[in-house]
Design a protein around this ligand. Structure first.
Ligand code: PEP
Ligand code: MG
Length: 782
């Protein structure tokens, strides 16, 4: 298979490095031939296939493992419904201790492994602070201990323990072999192929216990619904196969189907919607990787079903790559997991990997998701979102906020802990995710949701009150929008207009560039729905994380700092001119407010004005009616434009600070990365003083300035922005009510003075201190 040149050379090198690294770290027993772990898995299969009692089979299994890893002792502890870990089988300890010895969760080395969820290795077990001596087991002379958790669906089901009398170091290969065995043991325990029916049911119940996970609230609000995965879950399957040759043939067929589907996706532009081409190119590298296939085949020939072989190799890759220090390699884990899951679905004969059907009330779970993908789902059914790692200012979050979809991110185990169809509740205010909540929890959240709606109603009741601070400063409140369906919120919130209409959303949703007619239709509909209130149309800000499937974006290593916004417009007049044409005719006879994104240098404003003038001339030549007035604005989103904001201000009718991008570039912290976003709070004294400096510069020119970054949705940051002198805001509809209440409760002068005294402070964030100050002075958004 020849690869096309669509993946960037840099990414390709990195992906190849990832594939090679999986190869390099492959244990000697993982390759071809019937040796090492392959033999062990085969013997385990034979043990499980015995026609004997569950206990006898388990004991035989323990014996097989003990002899393979040359251990004096090998024991299997299983978790009981009361969370105790019971010794179920042992080779080497006193047999009378079986079903008698029990450890509490977190107690002793076994309990610690279960609680921490990770392997524990020590050559001096009795000296370990958590060591707990159990005389009935007769483990006195044992020095070395290797314990590995049996994990299934993110839950510890038990612990596999290997012990030796001598103080010895377990090798890397031995630890990996133990992990491979533990993965398989967990699978067998859950599959019903080993334990009694009653015990299997107990394991099943354990996998379905309620869970509360902690993430970050990205879009506030409460949502209840059933879990659906953007990537469908892997179907149920048996662990061991009767006929390895048949399984190998199934595996071959599944792999061929998988490779074909990845090739198809790459060659078909339409099918690419929402999935970045680069990710697929990386998929393809992995899908065709020889080493992956070899290991899958080896696992099948050890007696596993093709599905179990995929799970087994997936777990091995996980164990190795998750320890890598290289973040790129760790990231590739997702690709490998996704690819493995796709292969499992091909094995089950499921071919349709497209949009997922939703329940009447659905919480959608995904590792990542693009803004366009989100818009494809039925919003009546979609109630909330749980995403892997996205930050509050990523575009998928912005769209979710516009749709009032509560969203939580940053809970890495969320998908492991959940099964499709599980009841879920998310609390976007605090970032909690409840999986399979108890009836009481569910009831409590239904009540909270009702109170939430009541609070919203109370904000709506205040929509006509003046947004004036206690010391008499008027603050203009506008709304951010991007879709026609946002416009009714103007009336509901009492916003003074739309301060930022993100026109690119229309470009991102479709499978081709929108026609001039459809653009014009959207803009005039928005103006009609606004009923005379101003709507500031921001020209398409495409690039960065906003990629359209039908456009060639190139392969930039840093797309956020790449060819995007105004840069793309100036280089591609063929795209911006039709948009300007659509805007001019949509606003015929009315005022057109048009704003340009990502201005970096003052001269760029002259260039774009030149293009607009040409369109005006063209319209005149065609005797088209023109807008009654045209107001031109520029966004201040880069430190370069903030620094020269006064010069830019001289060239335009208004300015708007795009704080999402400005903060990203001020801190050099990717707005899409929750990990770095957590470090840099816009409530940092440096950033706030930088903003104040910019506001002052602009105010000397007399050009109106607003702030349309999403940060003003947070009341403490909003107060600080008022404190640095911002007098006009544009923010998501959902936050306008609280924002107005906050404005009406603060004294802007006292906040300014408070900040002034703290601008020199080196603190990472002024948030807690300002929150306290606001509280003490009676200011609140609630
Ligand atoms: C911003 O950067 O703050 C902004 C409003 O633009 P966007 O979020 O669409 O990049
Ligand atoms: Mg921006």
């Amino acid at each position: 298979m020849k690869h096309t040149g669509l993946i960037s050379p840099f990414r390709r090198r990195e992906a190849e490095k990832a594939a090679m690294s999986i190869e390099k770290t492959r244990p000697p027993h993982g390759g071809h031939g019937e040796q090492g772990i392959t033999v062990l898995l085969k013997r385990m299969r034979d043990a499980v296939a015995q026609d004997s009692s569950a206990q006898e089979r388990l004991d035989l299994l323990t014996k097989v493992i003990a002899s393979h890893v040359v251990a004096d002792v090998c024991s299997i502890y299983l978790r009981r419904p009361d969370d105790q870990l019971e010794l179920y089988s042992t080779e080497g300890l006193n047999r009378t201790a079986v079903h008698k010895t029990r450890m509490n969760w977190g107690e002793g080395l076994v309990g610690l492994v279960a609680k921490r969820h990770v392997p524990l290795v020590t050559s001096e077990a009795p000296k370990h602070p958590s060591f707990s001596y159990r005389p009935e087991t007769g483990e006195d002379p044992l020095q070395s201990f290797l314990g590995v958790p049996l994990i299934r669906s993110g839950k510890t089901l038990g612990v596999l323990v290997v012990q030796n009398k001598a103080a010895r170091e377990y090798t890397h290969e031995e630890i990996e072999a133990a992990q491979a065995v533990a993965t398989l043991l967990a699978e067998i325990a859950a599959s019903g192929e080993l334990l009694s029916q009653e015990e299997t049911e107990a394991v099943g119940a354990m996998l379905h216990l309620p869970e509360k996970l902690k993430g970050f609230g990205i879009v506030s609000g409460i949502a209840l619904g059933k879990a659906v995965f953007l990537q469908p879950p892997t179907p149920k399957h048996r662990v061991f196969a009767k006929n390895p040759a048949e399984e190998a043939a199934r595996l071959e067929e599944g792999l061929n189907d998988l490779r074909q589907s990845v090739d198809d996706m790459l060659s078909s532009n339409a099918a690419l919607s929402g999935v970045s081409r680069e990710v697929l190119e990386t998929y393809r590298l992995f899908a065709y990787d020889r080493g992956w296939k070899d290991r899958l085949r080896a696992a099948v020939f050890s007696g596993l079903t093709a599905e179990s072989a995929v799970e087994q190799v997936k777990a091995e890759n996980r164990a190795r790559m998750s320890q890598s220090r290289d973040p790129y390699l760790r990231e590739r884990l997702h690709d490998l997991d996704d690819l493995s899951n796709r292969l499992l679905r091909h094995l089950s004969g499921e071919k349709n990997l497209g949009q997922r059907p939703l329940y009447d009330e659905t919480i959608l779970f995904a590792r990542t998701m693009g803004p366009a993908e989100l818009l494809e789902y039925d919003r009546k059914r979609l109630k909330g979102l749980v995403l892997g790692e996205v930050s509050a200012t990523s575009h998928v979050a912005i769209v979710a906020r516009a749709l009032k979809l509560p969203m939580v991110s940053g809970a890495p185990d969320a998908m492991e802990q959940t099964e499709e169809g599980d009841q879920a509740v998310i609390d976007g205010d605090v970032g909690d995710i409840h999986i399979r909540p108890s009836a009481e929890t569910l009831e409590a959240f239904r009540n909270k949701q009702t109170r939430y709606h009541e609070l919203e109603a109370s904000y709506a009741a205040e929509k006509s009150l003046p947004s004036r601070t206690k010391d008499g400063v008027d603050i203009t409140i506008q709304m951010n929008a991007g879709l026609a369906l946002d416009l009714p919120f103007l009336e509901q919130t009492g916003a003074a207009g739309v301060g930022l209409f993100r026109t690119e959303l229309q470009f991102l949703i479709g499978s081709q560039l929108p026609s001039v007619a459809s653009q014009e239709a959207l803009y005039s509909e928005a103006l009609d729905l606004a009923g005379g209130k101003p709507v500031v149309f921001r020209t398409a800000d495409i690039g960065g994380d906003k990629t359209a499937a039908y456009m060639e974006h190139g392969n930039e290593v840093n797309p956020a700092m790449g060819w995007r916004g105004l840069r793309m417009a100036l280089d591609r007049p063929g795209m911006i001119r039709p948009q300007l044409r659509a805007l001019l005719s949509a606003a015929a006879g009315r005022t057109l407010w048009v704003m340009f994104p990502f201005v970096t240098l003052p001269g760029e404003v002259d260039e774009i004005r030149g293009l607009l003038d040409r369109e005006v001339e063209r319209a005149k030549r065609h005797q088209k009616e023109l807008p009654a007035d045209i107001k031109i604005g520029a966004m201040i989103e880069t430190p370069a434009s903030a620094w020269r904001a006064d010069l830019i201000a001289e060239k335009v009718d208004f300015l708007s600070i795009g704080g999402n991008d400005l903060a990203q570039f001020y801190f050099a912290a990717d707005r899409d990365s929750e990990r770095v976003q957590r470090r840099y709070d816009p409530m940092n004294a440096g950033f706030l003083s930088f903003l104040r400096h910019t506001v002052e510069k602009v105010s000397r020119t007399g050009t109106p300035l607003s702030y349309c970054g999403e940060q003003s949705a947070d009341p403490v940051t909003a107060a600080a922005l008022i404190g640095v002198g911002v007098r006009q805001f544009s923010l998501p509809a959902a936050f306008i009510g609280p924002f107005r209440r906050l404005v009406r409760s603060i004294d802007s002068k006292s906040v300014s003075d408070w900040l002034e005294a703290r601008f020199v402070e080196p603190h990472v964030t002024l948030r807690p201190a300002l929150a306290q100050f606001l509280k003490d002075s009676g200011a609140s958004a609630e």
